[in-house]
Design a protein around this ligand. Structure first.
Ligand SMILES: C[S@@+](CC[C@H](N)C(=O)[O-])C[C@H]1O[C@@H](n2cnc3c(N)ncnc32)[C@H](O)[C@@H]1O
Length: 283
């Protein structure tokens, strides 16, 4: 059996410098952050003294959902930009410990670039600040970006404009409802990426758990996919392990080539950090 580990990497403007002791040290362009990381249960490569000498900001959790940023160096912006290839993404400190990009997704951005072409239809569900949408639009794909939170769509528009692109189709709606309506309209896609959170927020602010909606999401996505299309599904929920995901993939994509992998990234100091599971169909 092939190894279930797939390693994603950083790039010029993103580096996972170190991890350990429940935290990770990352460089985004010139700005260095320290953020909590439950998967970093091992000892860090560098000492925390070394970390604090390097970092601009540290996120301090208050409860499991939010917290605040502590400034560690005097000249540290709260908002800045980084590049990925020729694309530009705006980053800012959010109260949910994120800065507006999930850098482990780089492996999926590269896959999308390789597999999409002119006027192919591409669907980004749970699209957040739109990194995958911008990558797809750069390949001239007809790109649909769906997110239920308005501020995320505004942020994604900024990323599109900063990257000197246009005409992404913005859909402010529940991803499941949009997928269902697209099915009724008979639309198909060459590429679909879904990055659902462990807990979704519906159009009417109702909350759902991913493990309850996963079948429904996968079924709709499988029907929306062109025969030669590709699908990427990321899961971060501890309830969805590799075996569970593989069983679901077998149910919904029996006749397609697919792979189920754990997503990992190595730190510059040589540690390995786990980033959830990944299903890829086609491509
Ligand atoms: C884990 S983030 C996605 C990260 C993103 N794909 C990336 O790599 O940049 C989850 C996103 O799903 C959105 N979301 C949560 N529930 C949703 C729902 N029911 N329908 C559409 N979007 C939803 C959130 O607003 C958030 O932007």
């Amino acid at each position: 059996m092939s190894t279930p580990k797939l390693f994603t990497t950083g790039w010029a403007d993103y580096e996972l410098i170190d991890a350990g002791g429940g935290k990770k040290l990352e460089r985004w362009g010139k700005i260095i952050t320290i953020r909590p990381e439950v998967q970093a249960y091992f000892k860090s490569g560098k000492t925390f003294d070394e970390w604090y000498k390097m970092a601009n900001w540290e996120f301090i959790s208050k409860g499991s959902q939010s917290g605040s940023w502590k400034k560690l160096k005097e000249f540290s912006p709260k908002q800045w930009e980084i590049q990925y290839k020729k694309l530009t993404f705006q980053l800012q400190l959010t109260k949910f410990k994120h800065v507006g990009l999930f850098p482990e997704q780089k492996i999926n951005w590269d896959f999308i670039s390789e597999n999409l072409g002119f006027e192919n239809r591409f669907l980004n569900l749970f699209a957040y600040t739109g990194a995958a949408s911008v990558v797809a639009r750069k390949e001239d794909a007809t790109t649909f970006h769906v997110d239920s939170v308005k501020q995320r769509i505004t942020w994604a528009k900024d990323n599109m404009e900063l990257s000197e692109l246009d005409r992404i189709k913005w859909v402010h709606e529940d991803a499941l409802k949009f997928a269902q309506r697209e099915l009724k309209r008979g639309n198909k896609y060459k590429g679909i990426i879904m990055d659902p959170p462990a807990y979704g927020i519906g159009a009417k602010k109702e909350r759902w758990k991913l493990e309850d909606k996963l079948d429904y999401l996968m079924e709709n996505a499988s029907k929306l996919l062109q025969k030669d299309g590709f699908l990427i599904l990321n899961t971060y929920s501890p309830k969805i392990d590799l075996k569970f995901l593989e069983r679901k993939a077998n149910n919904h994509f029996r006749n397609r080539h697919f792979e189920v992998k754990e997503l990992w990234m190595k730190t510059t100091t040589g540690k390995e950090l786990y980033y959830g599971n990944l299903l890829r169909v086609g491509g």
